[in-house]
Ligand binder design. Sequence first.
Ligand code: C2E
Ligand code: MG
Ligand code: MG
Length: 538
Amino acid sequence: MHGQADELVSFYGHDLKLVECSAKVAAAYHIVGDASRTLWEVYPDLQEPIGRSHVKTVLASGLPRTIAIEPEGRSLLLFRGELGLGVIEKRIGNALSKASGEDPDRALLLHQARHDALTGLANRRQFSNDLETNFPGTRAHKLALMQIDLDDFKPVNDTLGHGAGDVVLKMTAERIQALLRDGETAYRLAGDEFAVIQRADDQPAEAERLAESLVRAFKEPFTIEGIGVFVGASVGIAIAPDDGGDGEQLMKAADIALYAAKNDGRGRARMFNRSMMIMLEQREMLRRSLRVALREQQFFIEYQPIVEVAAGVVGFEALLRWRHPYAGVIPPSLFIPMAENDGLMAEIGSWVLEQACREASTWPSHFIVAVNLSPAEFLQGGFTDRISTILDEVGFPADRLELEITETVLLERTTENLDMLHTLEVLGARIGLDDFGTRYSSLSYLQNFPFDTIKIDQHFIRDIESNPKGQTIVRFIIGLAHGLGMQVTAEGVETAGQAAWLGKRKCDRLQGNFLGAPMSAKATHDFLRRKSFAMHRA
Ligand code: C2E
Ligand code: MG
Ligand code: MG
């Protein structure tokens, strides 16, 4: 058995009541459910004067202490964590207790230098060391490297607080540890990045087995303060010596595989292969050409009708497109994240806003235009000024503009964001909450922010006629929005049946290919001319 796996980790609050513990501690000390236990009950040895004084020192000074306890060969490493006190119990037979035979203080320092205090896992330093010393010297032996990255860690930290984030990281470490066999070691590299080194020659079979069980282990929610939180994991795998001739190359390969796993929709494992390199190079090429796209006038906007159930078409949503000179038309879902990452989105967003307002000012004056805002634009300084300048320059009335934001915008800097939304409201613009129901839908947003409309994400609409649960959710959102004095728009309406179902439930507006697919500015113009012509004739 590898040393790491023998560790029993538990955490106590400042009142020394047990807050969290690893499955091994729970089993060893018969801790079930939420029965409250104190440090003294789990480790009675610490009640001795020397134990009490160590606990006091650790909490007061933050300096870790190790103390030997009965029966022989067990020791406790006490350290201060964000929650209060952390305890790592070591049992005989692992490398540390052997080393500590000669000099316990040195062993403790060694342990601290190579381990992460929060999770008790080996740290990046130990990782580099292990990767180098275990790197296979011949093709007869193999080593698999797995990079594990949590998919939705940041929102947990941002919405539930760092304490909750720490708990997730600790539980992550435990879930990983629980799956490891002989020859497999887990590390915490940084933040929410973990890694496993697997010394096994039957590859890729062994790596696939472990990666699959890792991904599966994160399909279950974490329970934090009674709330179930889903935090998936993506895994990138590279195998030495095939995918890299040294530690650094192997890391790069595992990184590329991890990137591919994230790109494939996260919550999955991918094994490195050469074609990933080609994909990555293509993305890099796109990324580079994105820098000149604005200057070369490669962007254009399509407009999709927004239909009010009672009144017909009331306006259009502006949807950005990029016509790449070689690659053709590229959808926003591909290039907007790139532009956001590269800091280009504020500039592109200003262009969209100005262009959309210009084109919309040629429409009859009762049609509105809805423009999507990316968090990157919204969070940049001077955002509201920029909007009012554009409206002034174009001479477009603010009350014909609807700005669509997503919940991600609201996760950070909440009071400032609230101020910005109020400023936009004062300008006279309407504000819509896009893709509602997909991410961290927190009802407190709805109480605090002055939305005019909520857009129900298309994934609830897709099977609305046949999915009773989806129906309940949609009915609930409609009732909630109306109760708060907001309108509701359903996105992605593709069939007459869906439109009828939504109309009957008093959904105010519909959008989707059934009512009209996105079309060019010219087609929009023609559509409106035909419409007003038809109205004049009627
Ligand atoms: P969104 O704002 O939720 O836009 C709706 C998306 O659903 C659009 O995808 C639209 O073409 C698509 N859609 C409309 N009707 C149907 C339908 O009946 N069935 C299906 N399956 N899809 C339908 P699109 O144009 O690919 O845009 C994707 C996302 O990219 C948008 O989602 C929006 O979040 C973002 N986006 C688009 N333009 C801009 C922009 O100018 N700025 C920013 N920041 N984001 C933009
Ligand atoms: Mg939208
Ligand atoms: Mg949407």
